[in-house]
Design a protein around this ligand. Sequence first.
Ligand SMILES: [Zn+2]
Length: 341
Amino acid sequence: MAGGTGIMFDDRMLAHDPGPGHPERSDRLRVLHDRWRDASGLRRIGARAATFDELARVHDPGHVERVAATDGRPRVVFDADTSASARSYEAACLAAGGLVELCDAVRAGEVENGFAFVRPPGHHAEHGRAMGFCFFNNVAVAAAALRAAGIGRVAIVDWDLHHGNGTQHLFEDDPDVLYVSTHQYPFYPGTGAATDVGRGAGAGRTVNLPFPGGFGDVEFARAFDEIILPITRQFAPDFVLVSAGFDCDGRDPLGGLQVTPDGITMMAQSLRRLAEETAKGRLVAVLEGGYDLDAINEGVAKVLEVLRGTDATPPLHTGEARRADAVIERVRTVQAPYWTL
Ligand SMILES: [Zn+2]
């Protein structure tokens, strides 16, 4: 049956173990599996491992080989936050390949949109380097696969609390992939200044909204209304990818933003409407960060509600509109050469 919403998950991604006490733990996916595995009205898409060639579209082959070499070894440390267990390579391949598989199902019209429940996350992974809990850049692998399959323009909107340094760097000179990020700043990983706008043919195709700690629903709504939607509309993507992290939720133990689940609804609705306007509704969200289990569970439920068609306007609970004046003005100024804002 065509249309509807797909979810992609696979129990083998629970086996990635980044070490004792690590916030990126398997329970993050387990709560989603428990809630959605048998839910009615969703099409289940199974994962498959990304191929070497799919990974090497965005990663240095040497990096892919270094991660592959961890397979079966009890512990290989990449940096202070990022280490592989015996089954991490398998999980990382399934995260990237499963996302590609869901995107293919959307591209083929088997489902209109969907959500990929994955770990390890991806947006910090660089061309040649694992970092920030990430080994392969899942969303970048998917964007590159979509481009290779003939999709003209891909927009990646990243509302994870952290800046997606890897995603930005992988596409910063590519005119056909727009990368838009809201993130706490300054904060890990330190990148994501408003003045990073892309370079060469990709100038204007990187849009950063660096937010001080404390910003909530209202500031995010202004960012979407005044910057993100006007730019993405003008870019007119043929496919929308969402790096959906739930560490922007006020309950997250690592971050300092104050978004609520209704704020997540607002962002998801904005992007669903955009996808309907320019991309035949083709939208796929992929899990990035988020370390409070309730925040992940409620946030994913809100996104799925929107993807399945809920249209009610959510109330906004946190934040203060005028606090966003300065950052919105700064982003408007640096993006003015490229977009009508
Ligand atoms: Zn994050």
